[in-house]
Design a protein around this ligand. Sequence first.
Ligand code: CP
Length: 306
Amino acid sequence: LLHLLSIEGLPKDTLTHILDTAANFTSVSDREVKKVPLLRGKSVFNLFFENSTRTRTTFEIAAKRLSADVINLDIARSSATKGESLLDTIANLSAMAADIFVVRHSESGAPYLIAQHVAPHVHVVNAGDGRHSHPTQGLLDMYTIRHYKKDFSNLTVAIVGDVLHSRVARSDIHALTTLGCAEVRVVGPKTLVPADLAPMGVRVCHTLEEGIKDCDVVIMLRLQNERMSGALLPSSQEFFKTYGLTPEKLQRAKPDAIVMHPGPINRGVEIDSAVVDGQQSVILPQVTFGIAVRMAVMSIVAGNEA
Ligand code: CP
């Protein structure tokens, strides 16, 4: 694996290998990750052309735990604001001996473009591009599900909300179907669920009640207001009434169902605070698992595995 640009097309063995490598980085508690020298002398450049809290920070922590040097380019203060192109920016950072570029961009495909223009020893990891793909989020979601539920083959997983604009949904669907999940459902209004999902092997539901019935895992998605306009934009109150996950509605899922959310959360829009902070929520463990998963991805693409 030279770059990680998408989960689509990656075989089951590769996904499992990444999850197993991440598990090897975690200690007995499953939360602590020890520092290892695997990327000593390497430079990881975090290039976040779109805002982030979780992904940028956990990539930085992951790179430091691998003993790499980490450079966080402040895009808002960079010469991109003076009109320097994406590829010229990359060429100049490559001249500073970058080894790994971690790229988030609002344009789908930007990490692919970069991967086509870097030297063969440089690796690109997609940290979320437009509505296309967020592979490390997909992988940390799979790590979380495997941690709590062990085996994908008996699971029903519902992905709820603004599926249309969600790169997380697409990455989760590819990962779940590749890993042999028994049933993947996508749940949302017709305006926010793409029409072409059935060939991906998912069941489409347009009511929350049907969608989460007897589920093992419920993945809630944020309304991506920044990618919508006009008629597509539902009112927050209306959306919450119909698709918001409340403790009462969650009772339709299995009693031991886990609730996930990639963040950032909009409490009272797609999910009730009582569910976010409730017993079944694994939203913060997802964030923690992201460190080990991103360590695994960077060590594997760099060819420096434990
Ligand atoms: N889940 C996720 O990508 O969050 P951030 O946008 O904060 O990185």
